[in-house]
Write a protein that binds this ligand. Structure first.
Ligand code: EPZ
Length: 417
């Protein structure tokens, strides 16, 4: 159980670079097994979830070489189609092996995935979509046995624009017979990244980034070399850290088009933001102002994965803000820890009312999930006194050496084991 110890009140100042996107690399690593060959991927972040995905891929027969931020996956010898429960439980993204193994081996034997405890996280839309492609699915004793002797293209309408279900269906449909159309597809940039990666291997997919994705099944894919997009949630996290400390940060390799909702809300708090084609500069000279309303929505709405981080900023804002979480049904748990630090936050179901206080004070707090955990680090940066955030392993799932990055721009933060 690692911890972060933070002495608050230091203004962040300088430049920080954003690493590759966690929510791109995870489905893309699963996608590498669709090619009985070698994939080279650049800008791969060093994250706990990446290590977990590497363990799964090696378990089924891949050979992996991970140097710096370059990862080479040799998927010529993928024999096994079974993922043990302990590996499935490490994260939500293990579920992508279902679609990928069906495409590669026409079968998969998995259990239910793990992932952040932020509410009910069913996989019914994944299973419904794969069944529409002709995959036989039997669920028993906590295991899911999939057999897709003949995976055929079909029209699939998603009840919800689920990111994972969209990606899993894309994976299974890439080598299917015929054309698959996904309607009400999720539009996140990471889905476009997955489409571009698959197409770089010879797949024929169009429409990612819109609500209709068309996948024309192909017989075979080929080797590729690909660079993934920067992590918009990590970039947004740094922007919130600057706002919390009345700092001035330039976030390098951040794509403004992926962060419009956050940029607009931070401007509403009174921060000044300037953007270029691959950077965002934020300057905050005074106490942030409250924002009347934030509602998390599927992309391009305000991202649920930045909801905890901006709530930390709003906890010291001038005035009262209301934040509604429409994606997950239990994603405000971290606010109990913010209240320990003196925040005034009332949560009723999916709505949080944040009455800004003049200051919050350091305390010992517990990270229970990835983004809620990093929100506590942000709170510690702006708090008076010392904060110890326990449960650093949750944060390491999505942030590469967070303490080094923050220290490089003036934070007083250390990792203690
Ligand atoms: C992805 O999770 C991301 N994870 C999440 O990021 C992100 O919060 C989420 O998309 C929404 O943007 C990865 O990409 C690895 P969903 P996913 O399927 O695919 C319901 C982070 O912090 N649903 O879009 O699990 C579900 O319960 C993580 O990086 C069903 O009902 O999200 C939720 O309410 C956290 N049935 C909503 O849809 C299903 O079969 C959105 O879930 C699938 C989902």
């Amino acid at each position: 159980m690692g911890k972060f110890k933070i002495n608050g009140g230091k203004r962040l100042y300088g430049e920080v670079e954003v690493h590759g996107a966690k929510n791109s690399i995870l489905p893309i690593l699963a996608a590498t097994i669709l090619n009985e060959g070698v994939s080279v991927i650049h800008n791969c972040p060093r994250l706990k979830d990446v290590d977990s995905m590497i363990e799964i891929l090696e378990h089924i027969g891949c050979k992996i070489d991970f140097n710096g931020r370059d990862i080479v996956v040799d998927a010529r010898d993928v024999k096994d189609s079974e993922i043990p429960d302990n590996l499935m439980r490490t994260m939500r993204s293990s579920i992508f092996l279902m679609g990928a193994l069906i495409a590669r081996n026409k079968k998969a034997f998995i259990s239910f995935p793990g992932g952040c405890d932020i509410g009910h996280r069913p996989i019914d839309l994944h299973l419904k979509g794969l069944k529409k492609l002709g995959v036989e699915i039997e669920e028993s004793y906590g295991y899911i046995r999939c057999k897709g002797v003949r995976v055929r293209g079909n029209e699939i309408h998603l009840d919800l624009p689920s990111v994972g279900a969209t990606e899993n269906i894309m994976l299974a449909a890439t080598l299917a017979d015929g054309i698959t159309v996904i309607r009400n597809a999720a539009k996140e940039p990471e889905i476009e990244d997955l489409q571009n990666f698959l197409n770089s291997m010879g797949a024929r997919i169009t429409g990612a980034g819109t609500n209709t994705i068309v996948i024309e099944g192909v017989k075979k894919l080929h080797d590729t070399e690909y660079t993934i997009i920067p992590d918009r949630i990590v970039a947004g996290t740094y922007l919130c850290a600057a706002a919390m400390t009345r700092g001035e940060l330039t976030i390098v390799k951040a794509l403004k088009e992926h962060l419009e909702p956050l940029i607009s809300k931070l401007k509403e708090t009174g921060c000044e933001l300037k953007t270029g084609n691959d950077y965002i500069k934020i300057t905050c000279n005074k106490r942030p102002k409250a924002v009347d309303m934030i509602v998390t929505l599927p992309y391009p709405g305000f991202p649920t994965d930045l909801q905890p981080q901006i709530v930390s900023v709003l906890s010291i804002a001038e005035g009262t803000s209301i934040v509604t979480e429409t994606i997950f049904d239990n994603r405000f748990k971290y606010t109990e820890e913010l209240v320990r630090m003196g925040a005034d936050i009332k949560v009723e179901g999916r709505v949080a009312v944040i009455r800004g206080v003049d200051k919050i004070t350091g305390a010992k707090v517990l990270a229970k999930d990835l983004r809620g955990g990093v929100a506590l680090v942000i709170a510690g940066l702006g708090a008076e006194g010392t904060t110890v955030v326990e449960g650093a392993e949750h944060i390491d799932r999505g942030y590469e050496s967070l303490e080094k990055a923050l220290k490089s721009v003036g934070a007083d933060i250390v990792r203690i084991m």
